[in-house]
Design a binder for this molecule. Structure first.
Ligand code: GDP
Ligand code: MG
Length: 465
């Protein structure tokens, strides 16, 4: 994730301030140096780093912390505000008819991102179409068509035509019914004159409402030249940063955004069409600083719950908020968890668990948890309907039978039931909140969140504390 190092090293230096009510120059120096170090190692441009750290230093020393705030919170707030300012507002993207053109070098993720954006718009109730104009790269047509298929959106391309401008023109006409046209373009290994000439020509024909530059998070200082060049050719309204699921640090992309005075529109974090999120500065920085991102998390949970509800007959998450919490509910929650994506991404969004805790977990901790979830599923498959709906009646005899059927140790059954009881307690806390509104559930989680988050996790999924 972008600036991941910043998150953890900054938390360390801020933790040194814990308990202090006053802050002196040496403390500020310490924090600022930590920020500089991590920004520079994340490939953020030097000038930008210096400017940012000067601003933070000045504010931390001059501004009076509001009454009752600790030194740590005071500095954290300033760092948060300055970082939000640095990454800037999200690119404005009204949910209406529009044409979006994607530009960027080969391999930056344009074709993947075109399908992702189309999927995103379709989830917002619009009818998107992807138009593929890449005649340069063999296989571009098939790839784009397949991805658009996975996103379940309209698609236009013409493998027999070698004029991208002609394809763009025909494509817009052929997909007239769509509200959002996403025009994917070709890239090259480097910025060559003919690439720029080609994209300028497509730009004239397509006349997009927005041009988005697609940048690989792995791009370093080169991002600046690229962004400037595309900016000059077609004007860049926003950036999509891709491959944030990798090890890349993303600082180059941030520099490019700053340099072109544009903004970030989307973040891409995987190879499937669903691996896209709208960029939102405050949530992004909160997550980075280990403060969690409840908005994003609430949206993911809500989506996963809906999908699970659709997939499972006779199950409604709302019932869970009212009636008795059973193993059936737990199994469905586990399925919903699976739909939310990789656990480490989900955990990053939970306040108190974000970053800080993740840093302390051994790398394979997540796999263990996932293994345990798989075991739990097998165990539940070996249970009768009656045991699933009334787990309190599972005595020693039944535990042994279930363990035999599932091919696991009896301990696993105990673990499952222990987990179940913990989740049940958590669910009972949420009950009586009315219609089971996820946003409010998240707020409650946040109140209880802060440090441990263990109880919250019990509610979130079967991997407890
Ligand atoms: P284009 O040449 O700009 O159209 O780039 P592509 O869309 O073809 O992407 C190049 C490669 O990067 C493909 O293998 C994609 O699957 C991969 N890719 C794109 N976006 C992401 C992402 O967010 N995460 C990961 N892990 N891979 C991505
Ligand atoms: Mg492509």
């Amino acid at each position: 994730m972008v600036l991941d190092n910043l998150g953890s090293s900054l938390r360390d230096s801020l933790d040194d301030l814990r308990g202090q009510s006053r802050i002196d120059e040496a403390d500020v120096d310490n924090v600022v140096r930590e920020i500089q170090r991590s920004l520079l190692s994340a490939d953020v441009e030097t000038g930008l780093v210096m400017q940012l750290s000067d601003d933070i230093e000045e504010r931390a020393l001059e501004e009076e912390p509001p009454g009752g705030t600790t030194a740590r919170d005071h500095v954290l707030r300033i760092v948060y505000e300055e970082l939000v300012e640095l990454v800037g507002d999200s690119t404005e993207l009204p949910l209406e008819e529009q044409t979006i053109m994607l530009a960027g070098l080969q391999g930056s993720g344009k074709t993947t991102s075109a399908a992702k954006m189309a999927w995103w718009f379709s989830k917002k109730g619009l009818r998107p179409a992807v138009i593929q104009t890449d005649t340069f790269r063999p296989g571009a047509f098939d790839q784009a068509e397949e991805m658009a298929g996975r996103a379940e959106v309209a698609f236009y391309g013409d493998p027999d035509c070698d004029d991208p401008v002609q394809i763009a023109r025909d494509g817009l006409a052929a997909t007239e019914d769509a509200d959002v046209h996403i025009v994917d373009t070709a890239g090259r290994h480097a910025l060559e004159d003919d690439l720029i000439a080609e994209i300028e020509e497509i730009d004239r024909v397509v006349d997009p409402d927005r041009s988005l530059l697609v940048l690989d998070a792995a791009i370093g200082q080169g991002a600046k030249d690229q962004a400037t060049e595309f900016e000059r050719a077609i004007g860049i309204d926003g950036v999509m940063i891709t491959k944030l699921d990798g090890t890349a640090k993303g600082g180059g992309a941030l520099t490019a955004v700053n340099e072109t005075d544009s903004s970030i529109a989307f973040l891409g974090s995987g190879e499937t069409v669903q691996d896209i999120e709208r960029f939102e500065a405050s949530g992004f920085i909160s997550r980075l600083l280990g403060m969690g991102d409840l908005q994003q998390l609430a949206e993911r949970v809500e989506r996963a719950m809906e999908e699970t509800e659709e997939a499972e007959d006779d199950w409604d998450p709302e019932d869970m908020m009212e009636g008795e919490f059973t193993l059936v509910d737990m199994r469905n929650q586990m399925k919903a968890m699976d739909r939310m994506g990789p656990l480490d991404q989900v955990m990053d969004m939970i306040p108190g668990l974000g970053g800080g805790l993740m840093d302390q977990l051994p790398d394979d901790a997540m796999d263990v948890t996932q293994d345990r979830m798989r075991d739990f599923e097998i165990v539940m498959d070996s249970m009768t309907d009656q045991e699933m709906t009334d787990p309190n009646r599972i005595g020693q005899e039944r535990k042994r039978r279930i363990a035999r059927g599932a091919g696991v140790e009896v301990d696993r059954i105990e673990e499952l039931l222990e987990q179940y009881r913990m989740m049940k307690r958590t669910m009972e806390q949420f009950q009586g909140m009315g219609d089971g509104d996820m946003q409010r559930m998240m707020q409650k989680l946040q109140q209880g969140g802060g440090g441990g988050g263990g109880g919250g996790m019990g509610g979130m999924g079967p991997f407890g504390d």
